[in-house]
Structures are given as structure tokens and as C-alpha cells.
Design a protein around this ligand. Sequence first.
Ligand code: HSE
Length: 393
Amino acid sequence: MKHIAILGFGVVGGGVASLLQNNKKEIEALLGEEVSVDYILDLREFPDSPYANRVVHDFNIILNSDVDTVIEAMGGSHPAYEYTVAALKARKNVITSNKEVVSLYLDEFLMLAEENDVVYRFEASVGGGIPVISPLISLLRHNKIREVRGILNGTTNYILTKMFSFGESFEHALADAQRRGYAERIPDADVLGTDAARKISILASLVHGSLVDVNTIYTEGITKIRGEDIARLSACHHSVKLVGRALFGEEMTVFVSPHAVPHNCPLSHVDGVYNAIEVVGEPVGNVMFYGQGAGAGATASAMVSDLMVTYLEGRCYAIPRVRDKAVPASFRELPSRFYIVIKQGTMSDAPNTFMKIEETENEVAYFTDYITLDALQELTKHAEMLTILPILE
Ligand code: HSE
């Protein structure tokens, strides 16, 4: 019999317990033995749950038990970090969905897992139920990865989709996302781009082999996106999407920003709470992963998939090398094309590398040629800039 403990009995932790129960037959058929949820760690009691008698409030009970694998679904950095370190040192496998703690400490966790001959897996930390980390690592073995880019946050994609489909304002679409339980009451981590930055930093770290410090990533959220821009770009065959990107050339550049995405790019058609990640490699070309990026069932599916690999293969990943720290190059120096909107009458002569796409009483919109953000801001420093969005190629 296998023995697990679940840390955090919220949406994700509860989803893992339900999946193990509902798909017990399939799981046992694969493993040839039973998986027992011995403990659930949470601050709360769950008197009406079938797991009521397994709820504990002291992590040491789990640490000193026969539990072989800890499913960490707590979220937040602390005490998730301390519990993960303690579990790995106690030679227990750890499986997590916690992108915050993975993005900050992946190098340390992988090293501890190796030293203690146990497994640390984190498929559910990016893209919810989408298998992306394991396939990316498989691609890494023999491809040159040029770029990883994705719609990594379901909440903001839902908000942008509502703004696009129903002409709603950002505030209105956010309130709707909150009513439906997609966005938190304090939605900052989603709408300011922090959640997407954590996820792209994890993917970039895997490709680069060094931990990309999430605090050094240029991160812009969707709070300044205007309905006018979405409508105008739509008429020019572009969607607006929050995209996390990691580009690997002579230098690595990692950033998160809303982008104007041409309709011929597959990412422009990823709508609602769905996520998608596109990997561009040589010689594989473009590979896309698509699915539900959040929610109990999807995230639990990724965690139980890690559990199965842990039990069946007993290994972390084929290339679990994420060592040292890396500071990516600045997005400000990456040449890109931009969609910009300037307040009417504040820029006398537009450079001839700007293509005017619309002029109204109040504003003028352009597509620019390739230019860095720094150079663009210098060129337009006397103008009042209303919107500036890189264009995804
Ligand atoms: N808040 C996240 C999202 C949850 O909206 O994508 C999944 O990581």
C-alpha cells in the first residue's frame, strides 16, 4: 500500500482526494496496489468530509509517519517552502501545484530530492491540467528551444475574452470573473501579471538550466487595457492576450505583457479560462499544448499524474538540472513591433516607420516597425502615450 498526505484541503487538495477516490479502480490497476490518504493537513476542520478523521494540524505528525509522498497544495511561499524541505530531507517524495514556491526554490528542491534519493515533481504548477512540463523536458533532450510562450493565466484570459466578446470594460469583466469564482477578491496576482510571471519563470528555468529570478522579469498586467484598443485591434485582425514569453538566443529574455496577437497565431484563439503554451524548437518546429489551466479536476489530474510517475518510475525528470540563478536580459532591449496609441495633437511628426491604422478626434493609433521599447519611448517622449502593446510574431 502507498501512503500519502495532502497539505491544504482547498480546491486543489480536495480535487486530488476526490480523483483518488473516484478513479480508484483505474489507479490501482496501474499501480497494482492501493493509495491511502493517511493525513490531510489544514488549519480548518472538515466535520462533514469522509476524510474528517484524517485531518491534522501539525506537520510533524506527517513527517514522522509512514507517508511516502506529500502532495503540497497549500499555495504561498511559507510554510510551503519549510514543509517541502523537511519532507524531502525526511526522504518523502513531494508533488506540488504551488507555482509560487516552485518559481522561487526549484533549484534547491531538485538538489535536495537528488541528495535524498526521492522525487520532486511540479507538473501542476504551470497550465493546470495541461501536461507541459514533462513534454517540454522531453523536447529539451534533443531540440534547440528558441522560444516558449503562452497564455498562462486563466483569470486574465477570461477577462480579456469578455472584453473582446461583449465590449465590457476591464472593471466590469473583472467583477464578473470574481462572481464566477475565477478571480480572487484581491485579484492582484492575476491581473498584475505576477501569476503568469511565476509560470513563465518556471518554464524558462527548465530550458535554461538556471533558476530565473521571477523578480527580475519585466511584468505588465492587463489593468491598463482599454475596450477601445480591443475593438480597434479586432478590426485589424488581432486579439489582445496576456502572454508570458521566454526567448533563447545569445541571451535569454523573459517577460510578461499583454500583446496584440494576430489572428493567424493559434494563441489568439485561446479563449475564456483556457491556457495554451507554444514551444518553438529546432528541429521540432512549433508545438502547442492546450487545456484547462485551473480548477479542481484539471489541477488534480496533473498532480495524480505526477504521483503515478513517482510510483511507477521513481524519478524526478530526465533532466532535473536547475542550478544557480539567472537574470534574464531586459525586454526593453528586445526589438519588437508595437501597437501604440497617442493622444491627438501630442506628436507633431510621426516617424515614417509608424503605420497609422486609425485616427479619431481624441487619439491616433499606429503599428510600428521593429524597435526596442526603450528606443520607442525615447522617440515618443514628448507625446502622450495612451497604449503600448508588443505585437506577437
Ligand atoms: N489564478 C490562476 C489562473 C490559477 O487564473 O490561471 C491557476 O494557476
